[in-house]
Design a protein around this ligand. Structure first.
Ligand code: 5GP
Ligand code: MN
Length: 334
């Protein structure tokens, strides 16, 4: 991990420090269907700014529902739905959102706020907002938030460190992915020194699911298809929120499926096509290293990182997978 370039971090710190010192209103939001990095970032920065004197409102785009794996994060109870945030705050902070579209109905605050600050680490981020701290080399957005908290001279306690550690562990695959660097472990060490219970955090994030999860897993892995000739090899399967419910699970339980499918050694790209209640499909892709799935996702209307990316499709399942195949094949030809 390289450190964030000094100037962009300094600009963000200055805006936030001034907002805090003057008791300004600050709205913070993560991306739609927030993950541990988005929520950890929002909750840690919101709490830091609150302690420094800002009038803080932490939110995320609808649907306003947190997965059970994240609802225990300290401060989660203080999150408010997007309908309850001031429409024109002094400052709007976007965290872990790779594009304005990922902010859903909150994207308008980028323009209506006095200043909009964009904190992100997605390679596909096109650059938006009036003050930008976008560092693709950062393994997680919480890494940038940690730097901001230092800049704001907020002391890290277990509450803040729990939020930061959750985002760091999630986006590095518990320090297994290629985005993990010596600095990542140094940050983790600093977080552990606050006294957080990292084993409990990881168990809640990654190793806790109702029994129905096993049933769902068997269905979804049982129908996985291996297509070794597509690109550098593709393994894909599908699932739906309706099916999750039949197994007694909330729809967000589909998110963890791709982490199982990605172990397939014959395929560089793993994909789970997730059917939503409205009939659309949300596609999650992971690469074992040879394929830039962010490029594939961008071509199909989404975004993400080189090794983890996604997009939405409004076509049927067959057409959705056919388009994915041809995009992966085109990637190999280029
Ligand atoms: P996941 O598969 O875990 O939902 O997402 C993997 C990565 O791709 C995440 O970093 C996420 O932010 C990004 N991503 C997923 N879906 C979309 C999308 O529809 N648009 C954009 N821009 N990024 C996405
Ligand atoms: Mn992230």
């Amino acid at each position: 991990m390289t450190a964030a370039p000094e100037a962009p971090a300094a600009a963000a710190i200055e805006v936030l420090a001034t907002a805090a010192a003057t008791g300004a209103t600050v709205v913070l939001s993560g991306h739609v269907q927030p993950d541990a990095d988005a929520l950890g970032s929002v909750l840690a920065l919101a709490e830091g700014l609150r302690r420094r004197g800002a009038q803080v409102c932490a939110t995320f785009p609808g649907p306003f529902r947190l997965p059970a794996s994240l609802s225990w994060l300290p401060g989660a109870a203080s999150l408010v739905p997007s309908t309850e945030v001031p429409a024109a705050p002094d400052v709007f902070v976007s965290l872990d959102a790779s594009s304005p579209g990922r902010l859903g109905e909150l994207a308008g605050l980028l323009d209506s706020a006095g200043t909009s600050v964009v904190i992100d680490h997605h390679a596909s981020n096109p650059g938006f907002g009036s003050v930008q701290l976008v560092v693709p080399d950062a393994p997680a957005t919480v890494v940038l938030v940690a730097e901001l908290l230092d800049g704001l001279e907020v002391e890290w306690d277990t509450q803040l460190a729990t939020c930061l550690y959750a985002g760091l562990a999630a986006d590095t695959g518990s320090f297994r992915f290629g985005n993990t660097a010596p600095g990542t472990h140094e940050l983790a060490a600093r977080l552990l020194r606050t006294g957080i219970d990292h084993a409990a955090i990881s168990q809640r994030l990654f190793d806790t699911a109702p029994f129905g999860w096993l049933r769902l897993l068997s269905l979804v892995t049982g129908r996985a298809e291996l297509e070794p000739d597509v690109g550098a090899g593709l393994v894909w399967t599908w699932a739906s929120t309706a099916e999750a419910r039949e197994c007694g699970l909330p729809g967000d339980q589909l998110e963890a499926l791709v982490d199982v499918v990605r172990a397939t050694e014959e395929a560089d790209v793993a994909c789970v096509v997730k059917g939503q209640d409205d009939g659309s499909w949300v596609v999650s892709m992971r690469s074992r290293g040879a394929t830039d799935v962010a490029g594939v996702a961008i071509a199909l209307g989404g975004g993400g990182h080189r090794a983890a990316a996604g997009y939405s499709s409004f076509a049927d399942l067959q057409t959705t997978v056919a388009r994915l195949r041809s995009e992966l094949a085109a990637g190999v030809e280029h």
